[in-house]
Design a protein around this ligand. Structure first.
Ligand SMILES: NC(=O)c1ccc[n+]([C@@H]2O[C@H](COP(=O)([O-])OP(=O)(O)OC[C@H]3O[C@@H](n4cnc5c(N)ncnc54)[C@H](OP(=O)(O)O)[C@@H]3O)[C@@H](O)[C@H]2O)c1
Length: 340
């Protein structure tokens, strides 16, 4: 069995990783860390793990280099790059769930985030979207796992971008459940601040816009405008994207293009004509569901749904691990979405 370490295991992405990896045929979680809860059993923090996974948390700040074959960094940006510096040896695989290794261009990262203190590792890192970069992920030693919103937007746009069919700026309107903000106590995530309301945030300044833009720019000169919203639900992202086509194309032909582009992809489900994604039907799964509609005058709307903690984070991280290490790509990710 390969040994996995989860650095920062007490957050939502750490829990989602543990929950999926307990059933992985080739990987066992041998290390879980937390500074706040060091010395405690993870099942005392998350009683859902009782009888299934009861490992004791060790301090995140200890030296964990050389202990595992794969490390998942489930830390805030900035903290992650410091952890990566200590762990990277070119042999163990490091998958960072923060933004620290998502940008090939350090200047863009620094404009959007903070000064980068592990610049020397950036050339090693691969942007972990298997549907686009599978060939580069195979054998990688450092993977920047994409953001949740960017996953929903980039995979929703990719077939059209690849085919060169988009001709107008792209307006991306996303709605996320509150777990997207993590488990740490924040005023804006508290029940009374979120329930029975619906609001945009980070308008024009959200850090995921440059992440989406950098991927769109690999295919076209089109500009992206991204507006996220907070929905009073636990998990899920619904992303609605509006643009113009270079030529009028029928919905059924575009759906056929999506099916062809994503042929054989285990986690992409293209909807039938007139059917649109719903966050309820991807919950707790690694699926991205995509639907679309085009209009005679060239307008188009594309809609995608993911679970932010699975395809938007930990599920995608496991998919990346599976690809990078040559394991079955779907191992421990075959759960049917949970409903109701
Ligand atoms: N939530 C999502 O939907 C989502 C989706 C995609 C990507 N991400 C990214 O994934 C990463 C983890 O997100 P999350 O939602 O799991 O966050 P979270 O629930 O807030 O958990 C954060 C974890 O990081 C640890 N931590 C926080 N500050 C630390 C510090 N200064 N030094 C060492 N450890 C520290 C905490 O450990 P202690 O127990 O020691 O406090 C905790 O285990 C973030 O970078 C986030 O942006 C999240």
């Amino acid at each position: 069995m390969l040994k996995a370490g989860i650095i920062g295991a007490t957050g939502y992405t750490g829990l989602a990783l543990i929950s999926a990896l307990v059933s992985h045929p080739d990987v066992t979680v041998s290390l879980i860390t937390s500074n706040t809860y060091k010395g405690k059993k993870i099942s005392d923090i998350f009683p859902l793990l009782k009888g299934r996974f009861e490992t004791i948390l060790v301090p995140t700040d200890d030296d964990h280099a050389g202990k595992c074959d794969v490390y998942f960094l489930c830390l805030p940006h900035g903290t992650s790059m410091e952890a990566a510096k200590k762990l990277y040896d070119g042999k163990a695989l490091i998958i960072d769930l923060s933004a620290d290794f998502r940008f090939e261009d350090v200047d863009t990262y620094e404009q959007v985030y903070i000064p980068h203190t592990a610049k020397e590792l950036i050339p090693q890192s691969i942007f972990g979207l298997p549907e686009i970069y599978r060939h580069r992920i195979k054998g990688a030693t450092l993977i920047g796992n994409p953001g949740c919103y960017p996953t929903s937007a980039i995979l929703g746009l990719y077939p059209l971008l690849k085919a060169g069919y988009l001709a107008g700026d792209i307006f991306i309107d996303s709605k996320s459940g509150v777990s997207g903000a993590g488990r740490e106590t924040k005023l804006g995530s508290m029940f009374c601040e979120v329930s029975e309301g619906f609001r945009p945030y980070g308008v024009g300044v959200h850090r995921h816009e440059p992440e989406i833009q950098k991927e769109v720019s690999k295919f076209s000169k089109l500009r992206v405008m991204f507006v996220p919203h907070l929905l009073p639900m636990n998990r899920g992202i619904l992303t609605t994207m509006y643009s113009r086509l270079s030529q009028p194309l029928k919905t059924k032909d575009l759906l056929a293009l999506y099916r062809k582009t994503y042929d054989g992809e285990p986690f992409v489900r293209v909807m039938d004509e007139g059917v649109y994604p719903d966050t309820r039907f991807v919950r707790f799964s690694n699926y991205i569901d995509i639907g679309l509609k085009s209009f005679d005058d060239g307008r188009i709307v594309i809609i995608s749904a993911i679970d932010n903690l699975v395809k938007g984070a930990s599920g995608q991280a496991i998919q990346n691990m599976n690809v990078a290490l040559g394991l079955s790509e779907t191992a421990s990710l075959t759960a049917v979405p949970q409903f109701p």
